[in-house]
Design a protein around this ligand. Structure first.
Ligand code: ADP
Ligand code: MG
Length: 251
């Protein structure tokens, strides 16, 4: 029997009727979402619509109160073992990079492989250098994050995630904190990753990127998935008035 989640046609991420509240505030409402292996999903929607909360729930940075979230066959519940297992499969890149400021670029990339995966330091360094080459900053390996530009820091953050060899990558507005001239260098790395077959969920308002890589667009508003469509349909003939209005504002 094929274990759920390992079958290439079964969803690698599955959300069933997920609801979440912050106190009395209902932030996620009946979210249903299946993501298959290798699929690229782009989530957009107004500020405060629950996009960050949704993707943070997928690696248990936030807890949901109702419904099921199953990642690569493991259900996220109160079981800490499950949470650890899922976090090992899922890499996350944040708007604010979240690098360790007191560690060099190379040390940022080797910390988790050495301490979490128990990889030998030399091997972790070799892998880290390979990923730093892929994001085109091997020459920055011995610098500290504060010595790098925002675009370089975000590429380090991506390389650092990849060093853990994740099955899935989550991106939460990875270019929103960047100066315009640095956005492309980060998006280029993300496009490459998409082309290599990574399963990706990206919260972003970079619609050029979305059109290039997304298999599916998701529009969220007030904690709900309001629209879900291929980029072609989403951008050219969205169904919901709210989607039309939103696209009118950002395009
Ligand atoms: P988005 O990423 O779409 O801008 P968020 O998921 O960050 O939206 O937030 C959705 C809503 O939940 C917002 O109204 C926000 O103020 C609220 N919120 C986010 N985090 C918390 C929290 N830790 N406690 C209480 N409310 C929160
Ligand atoms: Mg957000």
């Amino acid at each position: 029997m094929v274990r759920e989640g390992k079958d290439p046609t079964s969803p690698v991420i599955k959300l069933n009727g997920v609801n979440k509240w912050y106190g009395s505030f209902h932030v996620l409402r009946d979210i249903n979402l299946d993501v298959v292996r290798g699929e690229k999903i782009v989530i957009c929607g107004p500020s405060g619509s629950g996009k960050s909360t949704l993707i943070r729930c997928i690696n248990a940075l936030e807890e949901h109160q109702e419904g099921q979230i199953i990642v690569d066959g493991t259900e996220l519940n109160r079981d800490l073992k499950n949470i650890e297992k899922v976090r090992r499969e899922v890499g996350m890149v944040f708007q604010q990079f979240n690098l360790f400021p007191h560690l060099t670029v190379l040390e940022n990339c080797t910390l988790a492989p050495v301490w979490v995966r128990k990889t030998a330091k030399k091997e972790a360094e070799k892998t880290a250098m390979e990923y730093l080459e892929r994001v085109r900053i091997p020459d920055q390996a011995d610098k500290f994050p504060g010595q790098l530009s925002g675009g370089q820091q975000q590429r380090v953050a991506i390389a650092r995630s990849l060093c853990m060899n994740p099955e899935i990558m989550l991106f939460d507005e990875p270019t929103s904190a960047l100066d315009p001239e640095m956005i492309k260098e980060v998006l280029d790395v993300m496009v490459e990753l998409a082309n290599e077959g990574m399963t990706m969920i990206c919260v972003t308002h970079e619609m050029g990127f979305a059109k290039t890589v997304a298999d599916r667009m998701i529009f969220m508003d007030q904690g709900q998935i309001v629209e879900e469509a291929t980029p072609d349909i989403f951008f050219n003939s969205p169904e919901s008035e709210r989607t039309k209005e939103f696209l009118g504002q950002i395009l």
